[in-house]
Design a protein around this ligand. Structure first.
Ligand code: AMP
Length: 114
């Protein structure tokens, strides 16, 4: 399968504003923000979507969630709160087939989401 734009961002072939990285995950600012703060956090491993993760990914997914919260804290979202979103497949609104968690903050979020 061809490499996604997010794999190219991880490889430094496409520029992005990095917010956090370690050996397992990479976080960067979303190019088309839908909130005043909009960061994506992704596993370095190219899992297409959460539905295709498996039991080997147990620890990686825990790390991804914990680091999403740590990134949110690091950019000052903890006090007022924030939303984490994972879009899966066509009805979920997924547009890039590399698992990513949106970190959205600095505005009140509506429920239910659109
Ligand atoms: P989703 O619709 O859940 O698949 O989210 C994909 C997200 O990737 C969207 O919010 C896009 O704005 C974002 N995106 C696409 N290309 C880039 C890029 N080159 N740099 C940063 N964010 C991007």
């Amino acid at each position: 399968m061809s490499r996604t734009i997010f794999e190219k961002i991880i490889a430094g072939e496409i520029p992005a504003e990095t917010v956090y990285e370690d050996d397992q995950v990479f976080a960067f600012k979303d190019a088309n923000p839908v909130a005043p703060t909009h960061i994506l956090i992704i596993p370095r491993k190219p899992i297409p979507r959460i539905a295709e993760a498996d039991s080997d990914d147990h620890s990686l997914l825990g790390h991804l969630m914990l680091k999403a919260a740590a990134v949110a804290r690091s950019v000052g979202l903890e006090e007022n709160g924030y939303r984490l979103v994972i879009n899966n497949g066509r009805n979920g609104g997924e547009s890039v087939p590399h698992l990513h968690c949106h970190i959205l903050g600095d505005r009140p979020m509506k429920w239910p989401p659109g």
